[in-house]
Design a protein around this ligand. Structure first.
Ligand code: F6R
Length: 610
């Protein structure tokens, strides 16, 4: 949610800032802005719309400032327009800031500043913070002190950068609850909310901790807490390469990421399967083996697609390990009073590792004494750092706003965790070997599904004008139905709902007529016959049936209008395969409707606000 980037070094800041914004645009694309400093004057350019709109206003060949900050916005306070776009300045235009997060008590601060005679141009909480810092700087004449003082007074979250007209050789970075890292190059620094904006210049980074600020100068950097205690920051290495955040010949990031899945799934299980023992080795959980062995209940918490992965995880773990599992939306978990017992394990799933609700659920669970694990994709992210232990999914950067490869990697890691708990409890070595061997086959089976991409595109074209879709599945495939519906609505804006197939007759069946495509997951397993009955019910009401079925199933063709085949696998691993046609169906439908697939309206990757 919002991307910020700042530069201090020897090159033209504007170039690096615009480039950084483009790399982070998936974090927000309502408006973009930039401020650079030249001869003691801050020049700010900002514009509603995508980064390309901002770029049009900047003549990069004429920009020679070597310090600046920039922002790409996903609106929280105030409409997306030129005035509300960041950066925001204090009244004297001496101090300007970019900010990701929410200042919760901005109304009270604004009221006080207004009484003192300060005026505001925008409706944003960020401008209030800028004016507040400016007022404190006017009073104390010390920029670092003014920033720390202001931040100690605000409630809420921030990842922010401060540029001051009086300090041409200094940038200040600060964080609480919103990600911020500082790339350390040769005589240059690139601070950003995302490694994607930094990697082109350096792979060496420090991650700021909550309530930490960094004073960056041309000679180096110095970190301390907001309350002025020095801190030591470890330099870490960004783990991915520049090619991984480029489209590599694909029309969209989403399509690239769908087609990366054979490889990303392999990365999720590589080095972790002990096939001959029917077991797994998860290095990130080694230090908490005792707690895992005594687990009496597992609570999985997540949002959106990651929550859907959690639902599949529930079925897997209960099936293999016979341990009760509950799955909770992180946003609900954090605001009720969840009962957490001594031997409960809380498992947070998050691609970004920055989702505010999931992070808050993790804090709540920790506070209540649970052992909290993470299944996270982004290395060094807040959830990864805050959980007691965890397993990285290693899917590489996911840029497309609609999550695809992260989901299948989460399912892969959940299957490993289910085997682990299973072998600690009721799972036999023989069954463990069977699952481990089948996991090794999954990447090739996905490649096989890709052979149906053209057919899926044809099906998408046929149904793209539909106003509503219903997705139905049972057992392991019920969460996949939810995920299929979410993918379609996110990027094509067609209303879609996912249901357990048998629930259809308790209400949704009323919606079915000849205009309603109903997508069934009808793979060959013990509930196949029941699904066929559900399909017949839809057919009797003239619904258009699209079925995902197991290769070799000819019977399905007599009841479905369109069939997409997937290879046979174990029921618990079916979701990793059955979701692939849904990702492609959503993609091709959105393509047919000419939607902005990688940047769907109103959405942003990584929801770092509540
Ligand atoms: C859907 C999607 C979102 C995320 C959700 C959680 O395609 O991307 O629903 O899954 O915002 O995000 P993470 O996994 O980063 O916590």
């Amino acid at each position: 949610m919002c991307g910020i980037v700042g530069y201090l070094g020897k090159s033209s800041a504007a170039n690096i800032l615009i480039n950084g914004l483009k790399r982070m645009e998936y974090r927000g694309y309502d408006s973009a802005g930039m401020a650079v400093l030249n001869d003691g004057i801050i020049k700010t350019t900002k514009k509603k719309g995508k980064v390309s709109e901002l770029e049009r206003l900047v003549d990069l060949s004429k920009e020679n400032s070597t310090i600046g900050i920039a922002h790409t916005r996903w609106a929280t306070h105030g409409f997306p327009n030129d005035i509300n776009a960041h950066p925001h300045s204090d009244q004297a235009n001496k101090i300007t800031i970019v900010h990701n997060g929410i200042i919760e008590n901005y109304t009270a601060i604004k009221k006080k500043l207004t009484l003192d005679g300060y005026q505001f141009k925008s409706e944003t909480d960020t401008e209030v913070l800028a004016v507040f810092i400016g007022a404190l700087y006017e009073r104390f004449g010390d920029l670092e002190y003014a920033v720390r003082f202001a931040l100690s007074e605000v409630d809420g979250t921030f990842g922010m950068l401060v540029l001051s007209a009086d300090h041409p050789d200094m940038l200040i970075a600060a964080r609480r609850g919103s990600p911020l890292l500082i790339g350390i190059g040769d005589d240059e620094f690139v601070a950003a909310s995302d490694a994607a904006a930094v990697i082109q210049y350096t792979k060496q980074v420090i991650y700021l901790n909550d309530n930490e600020i960094a004073i960056i100068t041309r000679d180096g950097y110095h970190t301390k807490t907001i309350s002025n205690e020095d801190t030591i920051s470890k330099i870490e290495q960004i783990e991915f390469d520049l090619e991984q955040i480029e489209k590599g010949g694909f029309e969209h990031f989403m399509l690239k990421e769908i087609f990366e899945q054979p490889e990303t799934i392999q990365n999720a299980f590589r080095g972790r399967l002990l096939v001959d023992e029917g077991d797994v080795k998860l290095g990130g959980l080694r230090q908490i083996q005792e707690q895992l062995r005594s687990a009496e209940r597992i609570i999985i918490t997540a949002c959106g697609t990651s929550w859907h992965a959690g639902l599949v995880g529930e079925y897997m773990i209960e099936h293999l390990a016979n341990i009760p599992v509950e799955v909770e939306y992180a946003s609900e978990f954090r605001y009720r009073n969840p009962v957490i017992k001594k031997n409960d394990i809380v498992l947070a799933i998050s691609q970004s590792g920055e989702t505010a609700d999931t992070m808050a659920a993790v804090r709540e669970a920790k506070q209540k004494g649970a052992t909290v694990l993470g299944i996270v994709n982004v290395v060094g992210s807040s959830i990864a750092r805050y959980t007691s232990a965890g397993v990285y999914t290693h899917a590489g950067p996911e840029i497309g706003v609609a999550s695809t490869k992260a989901f299948t990697s989460q399912l892969t890691v959940l299957s490993l965790i289910a085997i682990m708990f299973g072998r600690m409890n009721t799972l036999s070595k023989y069954e463990g070997i069977k699952i481990a061997k089948e996991l090794l086959n999954i990447p090739d089976k996905i490649k096989k599904i890709f052979e149906s991409a053209d057919k899926i595109q044809q099906i998408a074209k046929q149904h793209a004008k539909a106003k509503n879709f219903l997705y139905l599945g049972r057992g392991y495939n019920f969460p996949v139905a939810l995920e299929g519906a979410l993918k379609l609505k996110e990027i094509s804006y067609i209303h879609a709902e996912g249901y357990p197939a048998a629930e259809m007759k308790h209400g949704p069946i009323a919606l079915i007529d000849e205009n309603m495509p109903v997508v069934f997951i009808a793979t060959q397993d013990e509930i196949y016959e029941k699904i066929i009955s559900n399909i017949e019910e839809v057919k009797a009401r003239k619904g258009k049936i699209i079925a995902i079925a197991t290769e070799g199933d000819t019977r399905i063709e007599s009841v479905a209008d369109n069939v997409i085949y997937i290879p046979e696998t174990l029921p618990m691993l079916t979701p990793i395969l059955s979701v692939i046609p849904f990702q492609l169906l959503a993609y091709y439908t959105a393509l047919e409707l000419d939607c902005d697939i990688d940047k769907p309206r109103n959405l942003a990757k990584s929801v770092t606000v509540e």
